[in-house]
Design a protein. Structure first.
Length: 260
């Protein structure tokens, strides 16, 4: 939530882009160490988020990418990247979440540019909802935003139904967000641009949202991650065709770097 409220310019209201992924955040166990790690792996720099010393906004070429905050030491929870989705009314969206058997874990809380809540879907995947100002230049797959998001869950159909009803994703529409089932997964598009995917079959691990970050050279990011205490989770089949790699940061948060 810290990054969401770090919006300062090029703002539009979340109602205008309701249903869109509008931010990603990470709560780390040690903020300076996370800043150093992601700075080396992804080339990020940082600025204050306006919420105190425990939060910052990550920048790529001077443009906002994500928010990183310090996790309270008393909270023994899994460290992970969390996506936020724009909603027209956070109270109504929170009610829809609860009505569909999911959990609103935190909020809604007020920030200086809007209101947010952190939720868990029926299978336990964490995500956030945001009502208020959002960056008009932050669109998944474009600008400084991540390349795309992917929900790894147990049942594609059930998950697609839940998020479609909560966030207003339509199975077929002339504009806005269209959620289409393709083989064993579902694809969320905005004006033909893929912004998220839902994949089923994740029965061995807890379902979660996964973030793909773009980098100019995947092998360089992998080397930096391993050198700085992270780990390569999914080794490439052939080094010469390395277009993406899944990494784990020193706190255990998973993410993928991609040059596509």
């Amino acid at each position: 939530m810290s990054g969401v409220s770090g919006v300062e310019r090029d703002k539009v209201n979340s109602q205008a882009v309701a249903g869109a992924p509008c931010w990603v955040t990470l709560l780390s166990r040690e903020l300076p160490a996370s800043q150093a790690f992601y700075g080396n792996v992804l080339g990020w720099t940082y600025r204050p988020a306006g919420l105190g010393d425990d939060f910052c906004v990550a920048l790529s070429d001077g443009m906002a990418v994500a928010g990183i905050g310090a996790l309270a030491s008393s909270l023994q929870v899994e460290v992970s990247w969390t996506p936020y989705f724009a909603v027209a009314n956070v109270d109504e969206a929170a009610a829809r979440i609860r009505e569909r058997g999911a959990t609103v874990a935190v909020g809604p809380l007020a920030f200086h540019t809007g209101r947010a809540a952190l939720a868990m879907d029926p299978d336990g995947a964490a995500f956030g909802i945001w009502e208020g100002a959002v960056r008009s230049d932050w669109t998944v797959g474009r600008g400084s935003a991540p390349a795309w998001l992917e929900l790894r869950t147990r049942d594609t159909v059930d998950a697609a139904r839940f998020y479609g009803q909560v966030l207003g994703w339509a199975p077929e529409t002339a504009d806005g967000f269209t959620l289409v089932h393709e083989d064993d997964h579902a694809v969320l598009r905005q004006d033909e641009q893929v912004v998220a995917r839902i994949r089923g079959g994740a029965v061995q691990v807890r379902p979660r949202w996964h973030v793909y970050f773009r980098v100019p050279e995947v092998s360089r990011s992998v080397e930096a991650a391993v050198r700085d205490g992270g780990a390569l989770v999914s080794p490439p089949e052939a080094a010469e065709t390395l277009h993406e790699a899944t990494l784990r940061d020193p706190d255990g948060a998973l993410f993928t770097v991609t040059s596509r």
